[in-house]
Design a binder for this molecule. Structure first.
Ligand code: B12
Length: 212
């Protein structure tokens, strides 16, 4: 099992899209737990990429290739991670804030929330505060999930919260935040209703806020 997970991690680092899809399918066929494939294969590889990029050992095109490979792997994992649609227990509008193009973490949170029975309206990346709020109203959503991976885009999260206050909606629509540079302290500072460090904890948080 370890060697299969290592191959997935290595393949992701090499940006091997086709191989990754095949390797992830092989791991599923070998009955390796999908969450283990995600954490010890795909996310392990992405962590290595993140460190190497931070240390200037690799460059943006390498990260882009790894991100594409991540998406190929996630496409194969998605049906098993989300499970059957057990009927919606609430609607969550989710997206990556304006100016930010990182969507891998946000996609994972979407997949896990969907798997937990929530209806998801995924606005994608580079989403304006107005779009988040208008969409939440349109879909009668009780939660907006905001993702940011850049320190420069974190202030966009506050804009969504301010807009909800201005429109008198902050009692009805809760805001949760996440992404690598975001913290519990930052969430409290901007008046968010919750923060989660990862997708699994995001599910627990959304369930708590929704009272399910
Ligand atoms: C992949 C990647 C990219 C890809 C993104 C592809 C894509 N489709 O997402 C590309 C190549 C496009 C990219 C571009 C850039 N990137 Co980049 N990127 C990364 C990298 C290596 C990995 C991010 C990732 O996907 N991690 C894996 C996922 C699963 O983790 P995650 O996003 O943190 O999500 C988890 C949690 O945070 C949480 N979560 C996430 N969202 C949410 C939302 C909610 C509501 C909740 C509750 C929880 C939650 O749950 C998730 C799952 O467990 C990071 C390094 C890092 N350490 O983060 C740099 C990093 C984020 N990038 C960085 C930079 C600088 C850039 C660029 C500016 C580079 C450039 N010079 O152009 C551009 C910015 C483009 C833009 N405008 O957004 C810096 C940011 C530094 C900073 N302080 O702001 C980092 C930290 C790298 C570094 N060490 O310097 N990048």
């Amino acid at each position: 099992m370890k060697s299969m997970l290592n191959k997935i991690s290595d393949g992701l680092q090499a940006g091997d899209c086709e191989d990754i899809a095949v390797l992830v399918q092989e791991a599923l066929d070998a009955s390796i737990n999908p969450k283990t494939i995600l954490n010890d294969g795909l996310l392990h590889g992405m962590n290595v990429i993140g460190k190497q990029f931070g240390n200037h050992e690799i460059f943006l095109p390498d990260v882009l290739l790894a991100a594409k490979a991540m998406h190929s792997g996630l496409d194969v994992l998605k049906p098993v991670l989300s499970g059957d649609d057990a009927g919606s227990i609430g609607t969550v509008v989710i997206g990556t804030v304006k100016g930010d193009l990182h969507d891998i973490g946000k996609n994972l949170v979407s997949i896990m929330l969907h798997g937990a029975g929530f209806e998801i309206v995924d606005l994608g990346k580079d989403v304006s505060a107005e779009s988040f709020v208008d969409t939440a109203i349109l879909h009668n959503a009780s939660i907006i999930g905001l993702s940011a991976l850049l320190t420069t885009t974190m202030p966009e999260m506050k804009k969504v919260i301010t807009l909800l206050h201005e429109r008198g909606l902050s009692d009805h629509i809760r805001v949760i935040v996440g992404g690598a540079p975001v913290s519990e302290t930052f969430a409290t500072e901007i008046g968010a209703d919750g923060y989660a460090h990862d997708a699994a904890r995001a599910v627990t948080l959304v369930k708590q806020l929704s009272g399910v």
